[in-house]
Design a protein around this ligand. Sequence first.
Ligand code: HXC
Length: 522
Amino acid sequence: MSREGDGKLSDKDKLDLLRERREEAKLGGGLKRIERQHSSGKLTARERLDQLLDPGSFSELGMFITPQPTSFGELERKFYGDGVVTGSGLIDGRRVYVFAQDFTVIGGSLGEQHARKICLVMEKAIQTGSPIIGLIDSGGARIQEGLGHYGSIFYRNTLGAGVIPQISVILGPCAGGAVYSPALSDFVFMVEGVSRMHITGPQVIKAVTGEEVTSEELGGAAVHHTRSGVAHFVSKEEKECLDLVRELLSYLPSNNRELPPIRSTEDSIDRMEDELVDIIPDDPKKPYDMKQLIRLVVDDGVFLEIQEGFARNIIIGFARLNGHTIGIIANQPLVFAGCLDINSSDKAARFIRFCDAFGVSIVNFVDCPGYLPGTQQEYGGIIRHGAKMLYAYCETTVPRVTVVTRKIYGGAMSGMSVSKLVGTDLTAVLPSAEIAIMGPEGAANIIFKEEIGKAEDPEAVRAEKVRQYREQFANPYVAAEKGWIDVIIEPREIRPFLITSLERLRGKGERRPEKKHGTIPL
Ligand code: HXC
C-alpha cells in the first residue's frame, strides 16, 4: 500500500484498505478454523446467514468491532466482528434482524462488545417491529473477560416478548447462561448431532453428582425435542433447519401491531371432506390420528406442527384457512387417549399466549376424556399447570373457535375451551359427540352404585345405566338445548364452518379491565 508524500493514504489505497479489512473480517477466525468448523459438520456464521436470508439482502452492522482487551490469557489477535455477525436482511421480502455467532472466533464466546452488537440488533428489531433471529454457536460467556454480559440480552428478550417474534436457532454449543436467551425466545430450533444445550456440562455433572452422561444424552436435539420440551423444531441438518425458520415466519406477522400475512390458495372455502366421517370411530374408546383430521381441514393439507415430539397427547401448530394463519390446539387420541396432563398444559398454554399476542386466531379440535389421573400428576402439580392453560385461554381476545370431534367430559370443557363460559367465541360439535360432566361409565358407577351393587346381574344394570346416561345427558342435543354449544355440524362441514366462523369474527375487539399485567399462575 503506497502513501502519498505527506504520509497519507491515497483514495485508491483507502479503498483497497477497506476491501482488505472487509475480507479479513469475513474470514472470522481464519481459514484453519473455518476448515475445522466445516469438518465438524457445521456451516460458518456467514454461510448460515446466506442460507437463511433472501439472496443478497444481508446488510451488516458492526463489522469492525473488536473484542475488549483482557487481563487474562491475552487474545492472540484482534478479531474483527468479535465473534458475532449482526445486521438485517429479508426473508420472503420481509425485514428481519439477525445475529449469527461465529465459533471460529474465540469459540463464538460472548464478551462485552459481542453482547453489545447483539443488543443493538435486538433493539432495532423491537423499534422497527421486525422479527429477531439468533443463530447460536458459542462456548458461552467469554472466560477472559471474567464477567458475563448475558443480562443485557435477557432484558431485551423480555422487552421484545409479545412485541416481535423471537427465534433462536441452536447450531453448536449453547451452555451455561447462554441457554436463557433461547429459553426466553418464542421458538427454539435444533439440529440433530450439531446442537447442544445444557446449563452444566457432563464434566461438572460428574464432579458434582457423580452421574455420567454424554453431551448428546444431556443436551442433544432429541432430548430437548422429546423430554424437556425446550426445542420447538428439530431438523436433520442445518440447511433444512434454516429453511424451516423461513417457513415458520411465513405464518407470523412481523410484530404485534400487524396482522399475520395472507397466502392465497386454490383450496376451495366450500370443500366438504367426506373422508372425515371415516376417520373418527364411533366407539369413543377407539383411537384415531387427529393430525389426519387437521390436514383434511386446513388449506392444501399443510400443517406446521410445533413441539411434535413433546407432550404428544396435545398437538399445536400453525396452518391456514382461506389463506389466513390459524393456531391449532388439538387433543391427540393416539396418546393417553388425548388426556390433558402437566406437560400438555404447559405446551398448549404457551402457544395460546403466543397466538393471542400476535393476532393469530385459535382453532381447537377437541376429543378429551379429561385430566390424566394419578399421584404422579397430582404430586407434579397438575393443578398448577392445568391452571396455566385455563388462564391462557381466558386471557385471549383473538377469535377462538372450537370443534368437538368426539367427546369432552368435565373440567376439560373449560380446559380445552369448549365451554362458552371461558370466552370461546363459537363451539361446534359433531352429532356423535359425547359432551357431559363426566364419562357415561363413571357417571353410572357413581350415581347408581347401590343399584348396580345389589343387582342380580350388575353388568347388565351398569350397561343399561350407561346407555340411559348417554341418551339423557351425554349427547350434543342436550348441550345445544342448554346453550353450552352453538351448532351441531356434520364432519364434512368442518372446513366451511371454520372458514365462515373466522370470517365473521375477523376484527373482533374486546376491552378488558386495565392492569399492568396479569398474574398467570406460572
Ligand atoms: C473463551 C472459549 C470459550 C469461552 C471456547 N473457547 N469457549 N474462549 N471463552 N467460554 C475457545 C477455545 O479456547 C478454543 O480456542 C475455541 O474457542 C474452540 O473451542 P474448543 O474447546 O477447541 O472447541 P470444542 O472442542 O468444539 O468444544 C466447544 C466447547 C468448549 C464445548 C464449547 O470450548 C467448552 O466447554 N467451552 C467452555 C464452555 C463454558 O464453560 N463456558 C462458560 C459458561 S458460564 P482456540 O484458540 O484454541 O481455537 C456462562 C455463565 C454466564 O455462560 C452467566 C450469565 C447469567
